[in-house]
Design a binder for this molecule. Structure first.
Ligand code: OFO
Length: 162
């Protein structure tokens, strides 16, 4: 069993992960409209992963006999100024999500909720990877600067994400 407070925190996190999925899908649509098909594919894949994160928590809440409560998903941003700006916002968003995950772990600790603590460990590790990946991409954008050919190559590279 999980506490009422933990149930609320996990339900809120399901919503945050679905919002992440929605943001990345909106970013993908933006890239499609700009003909950056590789960036669009990368973001679509990211969106699918976020949906998977939401469902992982959903499954856990059901397993511990909690009650999943789905709330409205906030409307994501629609327009950006550049491809680099999109990834910079993705980075900021992942830092925000990391903070949320850490707070759930803090709550699991104070609740002495060992099961949720262990469950959330996967997310702690996942966040380290997600933040590092987006940061690497931003670093590449900075190296590329105004070089259109190099930007085209980066689009191709990200489009090959499995
Ligand atoms: Fe679910 O990890 Fe990104 O947001």
């Amino acid at each position: 069993m999980i506490s009422e407070k933990m149930q609320k925190a996990l339900n809120d996190q399901i919503n945050a992960e679905l919002f992440s999925s929605y943001i990345y899908l909106s970013m993908s649509a933006y890239f499609e409209s700009e003909n950056w098909t590789g960036f669009a594919a990368w973001m679509k894949k990211q969106s699918e992963e976020e949906y998977g994160h939401a469902m992982k928590i959903y499954k856990y809440v059901c397993e511990v006999a909690g009650r999943v409560s789905l709330e409205s998903i906030e409307k994501p941003k629609f327009e950006w100024k550049s491809a680099q700006e999109v990834f910079e916002e993705a980075y900021k968003h992942e830092l925000y999500i990391t903070d949320r995950i850490n707070k759930i772990v803090d709550l699991a600790n104070s609740d002495k909720d060992h099961a949720t603590n262990i469950f959330m460990n996967w997310f702690v590790t996942e966040q380290v990877e997600e933040v590092a990946t987006v940061l690497q991409i931003i670093h590449k954008f900075k190296l590329i600067g105004d070089n259109k050919g190099a930007l085209y190559m980066l689009d191709r590279e990200l489009g090959s994400r499995a």
